[in-house]
Design a protein around this ligand. Sequence first.
Ligand SMILES: [Zn+2]
Length: 462
Amino acid sequence: MSIVIKGATVVSTYGQRQMDVRIVDEKIAAVGVDIATPADTIVDARGCYLLPGFIDAHTHMELNNGPGTASTADNFTTGTIAAVAKGTTAVIDMATPDRGHSLQECLATWNNLAAGKSSSDYSYHMSLIEWNSQLAAEIPKMAAQGITSFKMYMAYDNLRTTDAEIYAAMCEIKKVHGMLGIHCENGDLVNALQAQYLANGLTAPKYHALTRPNQLEAEAINRYLTIAALADLPVNIVHLSTRESLAVVRAARARGQKVYVETCPQYLLLDDHYYELPNFEGAKYVCSPPLRSQQDEQALWQALEQGEINTISTDHCDFNFHEQKFIGKDDFTKIPGGMPGVETRPELIYTAGVTTGKISVEQFVGLLSENIARQFGMYPQKGIIQVGSDADLVIWDPQQTGVISAQTQLQNVDYSAFEGFKTKGAARAVYLRGQQVAAQGQLLVGQQGKFIARHGSDYHLK
Ligand SMILES: [Zn+2]
């Protein structure tokens, strides 16, 4: 099976050039000017960009929030259809073990959720919600099975560990050249503020944001980076959202520390005014960290322009507004946290970032694909259009326009956080390992996603 895609502008972080690309079976077989046809299929992609398939390194496709809420609205089946239809050909989901259970059991659970159901390729970050010698011994076993990234928490009482436990985990992760990402908020102080607000009868969604102020994120990031410096481990900060946090990162980098920063579309495009919406609609935007001020948004865009933010993923974790979010109608702390996003990231960031000139199309490719592949040990299999790489490709039409709406979305949830947002630029065709899986934003064939066995992070090199 061979396909030649002709005439598109091929983009990587290094630059762009009009070239043809030949796909043979699952791989890219040739990249060059005027590649000779014939092929089984010839695709005319003039006027379009050809981009490496986007990777979303932060999803919760099937998170069980415990009794009362039930699972997220999307699961691997529906969530990855939404992903791949719009150009995201790989996801790294957050796998979270139950307390007292092994990482190996958790890996088996997540494989059950994804295998045979996922329409994108997939892997997982393994969460460490406690720490002991058995878990330490499992880190190299995880790495041997292709799980080379880990997630920890500084907030949420059921998930967070102590600073000493984080340090101990870092020392083990370092041995396998793994990448750690931490949810950075000061959990003790979040708890204290929540109790204080509730005691004063302040129960509306807007108090979600007021009980998780900027400083609590910046303080936790500072502590995280202090621990990482002790362990001499390059680390990732997931969903960074404030200008104070950026200042902490800059100071650490100035000291020579390797720090990688993820942000998400909601922190770039939405602000805390959404919490004021009437009829409990503010609950749609309850996520942690919360939406921030317009000043924070601007600071994040500046950081993107200057290359201080390395990746944009979504933290896709969606609960239906009716039924699920309403559980917190009388108590904002009971609103299940998170919002949909895996479907809309490419169009949102292209529209708000590239068409406005804030970031280049090369930066766009880095933020949504190449940097993620390098950071999480799947480069050059993923994240680049070059000979030998998986043929995960997006023919991106920069002229195509659209409007984001819950009515038309593929995400299996009853609202969109970006309702009415006008987009410019969209995936015209999406290929996963050489097979065209989507056209014009709709799935053609599904459930062919494979587990990606990852190596250590490129960021341990040099
Ligand atoms: Zn998350």
